[in-house]
Design a protein around this ligand. Sequence first.
Ligand SMILES: Cc1cc2nc3c(=O)[nH]c(=O)nc-3n(C[C@H](O)[C@H](O)[C@H](O)COP(=O)(O)OP(=O)(O)OC[C@H]3O[C@@H](n4cnc5c(N)ncnc54)[C@H](O)[C@@H]3O)c2cc1C
Length: 287
Amino acid sequence: MYYSIPKIEYYRPKTLSEALEILAKVEDSKVIAGGTDLLVDMKTSRVRARVLVDINSVAELRGIEDGGEFIRIGAATKLQEILESRIVSEHLPLLKAAVKSMGSWQIRNLATVGGNLCTASPAADTAPPLLAYDAELVIAGLSGLRVVPISKFFTGYRKTTVNRGEILKEVLIRKSGWTGWSYEKLGRRGGFTLSVVAAAVLARVSSSVVEDVRIALNSVAPTPIRAYRAEELLRGRRIGKELVEEAARVVASEVSPIDDVRSTSWYRREMSYRLALETLSRALGVE
Ligand SMILES: Cc1cc2nc3c(=O)[nH]c(=O)nc-3n(C[C@H](O)[C@H](O)[C@H](O)COP(=O)(O)OP(=O)(O)OC[C@H]3O[C@@H](n4cnc5c(N)ncnc54)[C@H](O)[C@@H]3O)c2cc1C
């Protein structure tokens, strides 16, 4: 089948305020970052836009910085820059592991973290680590900035709290002393594929007791999710094989997967259990 993009007007502003003004002024306008989701969606008419506002030249939206308490990642930062960042390697290994599993080198050189979050696909691969890190998302509008915890960012299937005329500016991640982490993505093949299920776990263990744990998954619900009940079950408990198995069963009961082209809901639930078991065992240090 032959797909084409309808005629569009294209703007490439240099500042955030200029980008926001164009978005506010011009009807039927949309932000474009890497275009790796948007252009596919426009070609298949899932998304319609007459005007594209390219944010790649807006310096305020780019880069990775260590701000002491927080790591800041600009929304228009390319996935490959995240993968190659020393700051991310040192402080955010869970995010690095997820980004490493995404697309190809060519896709990662175009695709951005903001685009991945704003598409809000249930399979968005930066979402589980960022949910586990409890990232905060800074959204810019003409009236100023607002900060939304990532747990409140996804409001439904392919929906977010970013309103028309707003731009996701940056992702903020608080540094924290996790003792263990683990990431696992299951796709239909070994690489260059979307998630059938992915799981991300962060854990803090002291004297064999779970002080804190965060579990997040994608592709098992209308939005990427945290497994709050399993986390609650684990907090304050002495680590052990049975406890991890019980927590993995709770994770499988928290998912609400669907059948689609990549998998059945039955398989996704089974794999949620299996991936939770593996990632929890690794992050908690259970043999
Ligand atoms: C071959 C291929 C392989 C892929 N593999 C994976 C994979 O393994 N895992 C995965 O999760 N995804 C994958 N994707 C999907 C896609 O590459 C990612 O979701 C990517 O991160 C999207 O980023 P982008 O910058 O290209 O977004 P764009 O396509 O530019 O934008 C996507 C959407 O977000 C909006 N948007 C973008 N930036 C902002 C912003 N700062 N503020 C407000 N709105 C914004 C746009 O208006 C648009 O609606 C793949 C895509 C392709 C084509």
